[in-house]
Write a protein that binds this ligand. Structure first.
Ligand code: FAD
Ligand code: NAP
Ligand code: SF4
Length: 683
């Protein structure tokens, strides 16, 4: 089947000296593999799979032009001829598959997590402990030369061009904005001076690499910080950069230190595309929209309407290297959609771990997690169709095994069906759609609406039995926990009970926060949250009438919260500390904005008609609430596993236990899916 729904997305783009085969760019992502020379063979295979998947142009993770620009100590650098052979492994792999790739030159400036950091002025960033040194005139000149040398080396390594990172608050943003540029020399002051560094870099790079080499510039169209640039300045910089030799403008939204979310799952799809579209009106070269574009319909609409020329997606290519091929073949329903959770990609990067993907554990592990055809077909039973069971069944069946997947529920998905009830987590439904299609294509037999018993499992002749039965919610031993006011998060999210207007939530983990957001949502209002409402809540001015695109505070007064909530935990310390590094702050800010009282170091005394009695900070207090929702963690449900002390197991079936059934503590879907994939790859 060929695609008739997304013709504009699949159209080539002629740049004069080279042609991109379609309008889809894989945006830059730091995988961690680019930082060590011995990981370049793995990096090459990572890019090879994505080139084979049909994407028009890829951008590498950020590579520094010099030591001062390192994001991390000894981060990926291209400043010597000796680095070229490593990069050539990447470009060769990509070109063998008919793809194109540009290398991102990223100088971290004051975002560097290392002691050599430099910036426009000596102003520490809120996200790195290292105070930068202000670059001297000589230092600036040397930096420009380093960019040019880096681009020349990139060309020698076989790249089709470079992307110069000029957004997200890195060095070039630091020169461009008064927030960080307080210089009084010719590199500071008015915008003509502040833009001198990026413009000179582009001029020098262009002079060094010639005209038949892509220079893409990632331009910050909305800084989303105080002291960011005005729209007029954004345009003025773009026009000067175009004159200097830029071929394509990619767009960047928000500095890393911005207090407005720009890519987490609760950000509406394609939220910032209108700002990229405005830039397109101001320049002659192609413009790329980025951020929260993950499925082809939105992408097609942006290109078809002429709003932008290209779309950039980064994380969606971790989730599915075959994204473009699937679109081209009219199989968009087979796309493994990025749910914008950040759990295995950005959260890993910030923890200095290799980036991967929650919904695709092969991402970044292309040479290590390989699904080879099985040497002998086995009969495999998978009990539980949550993330772990779905992933195990799909991989086992694709390898050639005969798989039956049981669930007591009438539909697949396990706890993900609860997760997608949470406002802002609507994307989780995509994972269920994806697995539904994949399980069918793999020939997995579904046996839904059946609670499996041990007898059933032993009555049928299975070679392998995978127990993926998940968890049961924990019921804490609090006097009065059986009171009518007490309800489980499961019943709340399944809408079996509607809590009153004053609610206490016991447990401030991921589920406690999610239940908080669920209870704060007025069911009369639409979901997903419309873009206009989202901008109002976060104070974003998409018309960029203000510096940095931040709406004045008086224009985004928070509405009255829909419920009064208390969110409680026993341990001391910040509630929500266990939430993801790059998304936890968004959940905390949402609850804070809605006046949720978060209490740590709580002792639960009892529950009665008056409410929840607690002791906190040595003082007793009664929370006079209508309902108390238990979100106090979970226990494994593994009753189908043979007892550890039972008679020696028969040769078949072999039992395996994965996901929540194996270990409920610190369980998340990332672990559940990865464990399942690794097990099924070896059956
Ligand atoms: P489950 O998803 O619990 O699936 C187990 C399945 O087994 C169920 O479908 C059940 O019906 C079935 N079953 C049980 N016993 C039997 C039996 N005897 N016979 C047949 N079937 C049986 N994780 C994240 O990583 N990120 C998030 O943002 C996130 N948000 C969440 C939000 C909420 C509100 C909730 C509730 C969970 C969230 N999670 C999140 C957690 C994530 O959903 C779980 O970690 C994951 O679902 C665990 O997968 P699993 O397959 O081990 O178990
Ligand atoms: P959790 O994160 O482990 O939180 C459990 C909460 O219950 C903690 O606040 C804990 O705090 C409290 N608790 C534990 N035992 C208790 C007891 N006996 N009495 C009273 N309180 C108790 O687990 P969860 O919230 O159930 O989430 C399950 C998993 O889903 C998590 O591992 C999480 O990673 C995942 N998830 C992730 C997200 C996400 O956005 N990434 C969202 C939802 C869920 P105290 O012990 O201090 O009281
Ligand atoms: Fe997308 Fe989550 Fe995968 Fe990252 S881990 S690529 S955000 S689905």
């Amino acid at each position: 089947m060929t695609n008739t729904l997304h013709p504009n997305l699949l159209k080539p783009l002629d740049l004069g000296f080279t042609t991109l085969k379609n309008r889809v760019i894989m945006g830059s992502m730091h995988t961690g593999l680019e930082d060590r020379f011995y990981n370049y063979p793995k990096l090459a295979e990572y890019f090879r799979e994505r080139a084979r998947g049909g994407v028009g142009l890829m951008v590498t993770g950020g590579i520094s032009p010099n030591r001062q620009g390192w994001l991390l100590p000894f981060g990926g650098t291209l400043n010597s001829i000796f680095d070229v052979p490593n990069h050539r492994k990447v470009t060769t792999a990509v070109h063998e598959e008919g793809g194109k790739i540009v290398m991102q030159i990223l100088h971290a400036g004051r975002y560097g997590y290392q002691p050599f950091v430099v910036s426009a002025s000596a102003k520490k960033s809120p996200i790195s402990p290292f105070k930068p040194r202000a670059l001297t005139e000589r230092g600036i000149r040397a930096t420009i030369r380093d960019y040019a040398r880096c681009a020349v080396l990139a060309r020698r390594a076989g790249y089709d061009g470079v992307e110069i990172m000029g957004s997200e608050g890195y060095l070039l943003s630091q020169f461009l904005c008064t927030r960080t540029n307080q210089r009084t020399d010719r590199w500071g002051g008015p915008i003509e001076n502040r833009m001198r560094l990026p413009v000179d870099i582009v001029k020098q790079v262009r002079a060094a690499v010639g005209t038949d080499f892509i220079i893409m510039f990632r331009h910050s169209v909305l800084d989303l910080v105080e002291g960011g640039n005005s729209w007029d300045e954004v345009v003025q910089v773009a026009q000067a950069l175009e004159q200097a030799g830029v071929n394509i403008f990619n767009t960047g939204i928000g500095w890393h230190e911005a207090r407005v979310p720009t890519i987490v799952t609760s950000v509406p799809r394609a939220a910032f595309a209108s700002v990229a579209a405005r830039l397109r009106q101001a320049v002659k070269v192609p413009v790329v929209a980025s951020n929260r574009i993950n499925m082809p319909d939105e992408a097609e609409a942006l290109i078809a309407s002429g709003a932008v020329d290209l779309v950039s997606m980064a994380r969606p290519f971790l989730a599915d290297p075959e994204w473009v091929n699937k679109v081209a073949a009219g199989r968009a329903d087979e796309i493994n959609t990025c749910i914008a959770c950040n759990q295995a990609c950005l959260d890993h990067t910030f923890a200095n771990q290799r980036a991967s993907c929650l919904v695709n554990p092969r991402a970044g592990f292309e040479t290590e997690l390989v699904y080879r055809p099985a040497t002998r077909q086995k009969r495999v039973a998978v009990v539980g169709a949550g993330p772990a069971g779905m992933a195990a069944a799909a991989v086992a069946a694709e390898r050639g095994h005969a798989v039956i997947l049981f669930d007591s529920s009438e539909s697949i998905g396990g706890q993900f069906k609860l997760a997608l009830q949470v406002p802002g987590k609507e994307e989780f439904a995509q994972t269920l759609r994806y697995f539904g299609v994949r399980l069918k294509a793999a020939g997995v037999k579904l046996a839904l609406g059946q609670r499996v018993t041990r007898e059933q499992l032993s009555a049928q002749e299975f070679d392998e039995v995978i127990i993926a039965t998940g968890i049961v919610p924990r019921i804490p031993a609090i006097p009065g926990v059986d009171h009518a006011k007490v309800v489980s998060y499961v019943d709340v999210l399944q809408r079996k009970v509607t809590p009153g207007k004053r609610v206490a939530i016991i447990g401030a983990g991921g589920i406690g926060f999610d239940v908080g957001e669920f209870l704060l949502h007025d069911p009369a209002l639409p979901l997903p949250v419309p873009l206009e409402q989202w901008c109002h809540e976060w104070g974003v001015d998409l018309d960029a009438m203000t510096h940095g695109g931040l709406a004045p505070a008086e224009q985004h007064e928070p509405p009255q919260p829909y419920r009064q909530l208390f969110l409680l935990q026993r341990k001391a310390g910040k509630p929500g500390a266990s939430l993801g590094k790059t998304s936890g702050w968004v959940h905390r800010a949402t609850l804070q904005r809605n006046g949720v009282e978060m209490l740590a170091g709580v002792e639960y005394l009892r529950i009665d008609d008056a409410g929840l009695h607690i002791r906190v900070g040595g003082a007793e207090r009664v929370l006079e609430v209508d309902h108390i929702v238990l979100c106090a963690g979970q226990e494994p449900l593994a009753e189908l596993m043979p007892a550890a002390n039972a008679a020696p197991p028969a040769a078949t079936p072999r039992f395996h236990c994965i996901g929540g059934a194996a270990l409920a503590a610190e369980l998340d879907a990332k672990r559940a899916i990865r464990e399942a994939a690794v097990l099924a790859a070896g059956l």
